[in-house]
Design a protein around this ligand. Sequence first.
Ligand code: ARG
Length: 585
Amino acid sequence: MTSLSAELTTITGDAFEAEGLSRAFGQVQGSDRSDLAQFQCNGALAAAKAAKTNPRAIAEKIAARLKANLFFSKVEIAGPGFLNLDVTDAMLAARLDVLRADPRQGAPDTGAGRTLVIDFGGPNIAKPMAVHHLRSSIIGDCLQRLYRANGWAVISDVHLGDWGLQIGQLITEIELEGSAPIYFDSNVVGPYPDDAPVTMESLVTLYPRASAACKADPPRLEAARRATVDLQAGRPGYRALWKHFVTVTEAGLTREFASLGVKFDLWKGESGVDGLIAPMIEDLKARGLAETSEGALVVSVARDDDKKPMPPLILLKSEGGVLYGTTDLATIIERVRDHDPALILYVVDHRQHSHFEQVFRAAHLAGFAGNAVLEHVGYGTMNGPDGKPFKTRAGGAMKLYDLIEMGKAEAEKRLAEQGIGAGYTADERAEIARKVGIATIKFADLSNHRTTDYIFDLERFSKFEGKTGPYLQYAAVRIQSILRKAGACAAVPSFLTSPEERVLALRVLALGDIMAAAEDKRAPNMLCEYAFELAQDFSRFYAAHHILSETDANLRAARLSLCAQVLGVLTKVLDLLGIEVPERM
Ligand code: ARG
């Protein structure tokens, strides 16, 4: 369905056109001053500027035409020529009925079947996921849900970091340990054992040890570099060992992502384009786009008008290893070949900004991007109370799994404080705490604009009042409980009788516009803001009206229908945010 604001834009556009002006001036949006009007159109000012005439005179002509339209209950001119518009209650009610029947719940069709590939932060093999990967998962998951709802064909790829130096470091560490000699015996080419010589737990200690050793000891680092090159060149024992690392890590990551409710269509990684790299490099060399610089093979991506120095993209290091810039470039070739996307979004920490700038420039220079717009959707850091990246009490990097556990524990504490669930089974209580804990973390993360750093404050995020995930879940549960108490009742045609109902109806009808705007800005915080406003509008409506105790049967039925519709919209927005609503709380 078209949104209410789009429908008003058509009507107003017609009026401008009838006055011999461009219909583009007819853009209508929700009013910035909801105390003055429901909607506004500022087009008369722009039209007057273009035609060098008086804006008020144009506004008057447009207003006269709009007044003849039964859609509007108010058409007013404010200031130099702003049009303030209100829609009749009957029209709002009719729109609510159309929305109720829409299987897409008012979502816009901005995708129109086009394909989006969404690349997540690329958690690394052998290292447990850290908190910055949490932000990628939460923001990226919200975006994939939103784009899908908006009619895009979405393909999400976890894009594991599985091909870099950290693998060489691990391989050499295992060689030095001497615990699995078969993988290093140059007389053996397989088959290798099916059982992994490592576990997620052992990797967690192996990797930091290997990385520290390489930092302290240059020959050790050199050995790790060589092992990486040999792995990439296909040495069988190393490939077999690498496969074990990947399998073990994937199992661990799957557990973490599942507990967050995040799913990917593809579990690919940097290694997936191994076969594309040599031909890509040959092609770039043949076209004179790749050159040797200080022993490395690079693509120069600087431009004359660059304000800051822009280093070249390194394809091959001097010892022959590839970096994730190389695999990121080859992955563009693969994605364009396999999916012909209109858009590829990389949801990765904003500290990687220049990395992506280099990769995108190289892709455009080489003509690899096909029809795809390439865009880095960066995000800021989640900090501790000291303003520095969030750490454990012991000072280590906080792991995602532990953070989720913290969220659940805090939720359990809060629920007990509120006396929620005292009479429920332990299982149900744990399930509620799980949903509330995850909502706490996700909402806190998504409600800030993604580029701002924020301070992680579990105490505040877990409150049942204010702009929090638990507050919104509670708001939804409360409506569920009203509807449960009312028993089975069929939806009836809407009618509105009060200012609170009108405000609520306008909010419900705005969802499609918010979904389009949040997509346009890649801004999940707009959905958070909307969910919060919707919950507050509902609270005001609930405080001002009888619902279950309403004695007029028609009024009671209409209000219950409105409750059900608000619940549907609230549940939908929370679902876009990746938040589940408990049955009861
Ligand atoms: N694996 C790298 C990291 O964790 C990020 C790779 C960025 N590239 C990508 N296509 N996601 O820092």
